[in-house]
Ligand binder design. Structure first.
Ligand SMILES: [Zn+2]
Length: 248
């Protein structure tokens, strides 16, 4: 589908960009992006993806909104407490862009047929907060050669990495974190700095739009952000040939 006159106006500041142009914006419009986890990262990323003109978003999360979420999950308000995150997020995102197609899946990622779902997905955002979900999503993306943008935030520290599993010898999340049984640290036990979720979620959205536009410069680069020092560090990740997930 090409752009309507109104979309041409709406996305004119994208269309001006050499990296995007009219055909790039049309690619963004025809994209289907999956967000797993509608906490702080998912809230920030989803808003930028909706604003940027991604045509279809599927949101997967099994949680309800709690008072302690409001410190950082910026799609939700006090009156949304006890409602399903995906249902509230769908309404808020569609208010931003009435042409956006949003599918709300109020289930744990472990309870859906992820491999099957990924047949129709261009890019996956891992916005979850636990290591078993990260490995589960990574495995499904490796199996189906689906692009993955993974981020995390704990206390004042954020991490981000993007993969394109259709590329030969792409590393995967398990190459980075081989130990699936590693003791989990979570925001609920260690705390997290509110604006860090906005930074990391926005970076995830930027990576997704770049992947849709075939801007691959930052694939397989682990980006670490320290909120307190305001420092970014980037480390290049190579595939682990013995990786149980992606190794040969
Ligand atoms: Zn691997």
């Amino acid at each position: 589908m090409s752009l309507t006159d109104r979309e041409y106006m709406r996305f004119s500041r994208h269309i001006m960009l050499d990296e995007c142009g009219e055909s790039g914006q049309s690619t963004i419009k025809n994209a289907h992006v999956l967000i797993v986890g509608m906490g702080g990262l998912g809230c920030a990323a989803a808003q930028y993806l909706a604003a940027a003109g991604v045509g279809t978003l599927t949101l997967v999360d099994h949680d309800q909104i709690e008072l302690s979420n409001l410190q950082r999950q910026i799609l939700y308000t006090e009156k949304d407490i006890h409602s399903a995150k995906v249902e509230v997020a769908k309404i808020k995102l569609m208010a931003m862009n009435s042409h956006l197609n949003v599918k709300a899946v109020h289930q744990s990622v472990f309870n859906i047929n992820l491999n099957m779902m990924l047949n129709n997905i261009d890019v996956v955002l891992d916005c979850t907060d636990n290591i078993s979900a990260r490995h589960f999503i990574n495995q499904a993306c490796v199996n189906t050669q689906t692009k993955l943008v993974s981020a995390s935030a704990i206390q004042g520290q954020g991490q981000l990495i993007s993969f394109d599993f259709s590329q030969h010898r792409s590393p995967c999340y398990q190459c980075l974190v081989p130990d699936k049984t590693q003791v989990e640290s979570s925001c609920s036990s260690l705390g997290v700095f509110s604006p860090l979720l906005g930074v990391m979620g926005s970076l995830q959205a930027a990576e997704v739009v770049k992947l849709l536009l075939n801007q691959h410069q930052t694939l397989n680069q682990l980006l670490c952000f320290d909120s307190w020092k305001m420092e970014f560090k980037s480390i290049s990740l190579k595939a682990d040939l013995d990786c149980e997930c992606c190794g040969e």
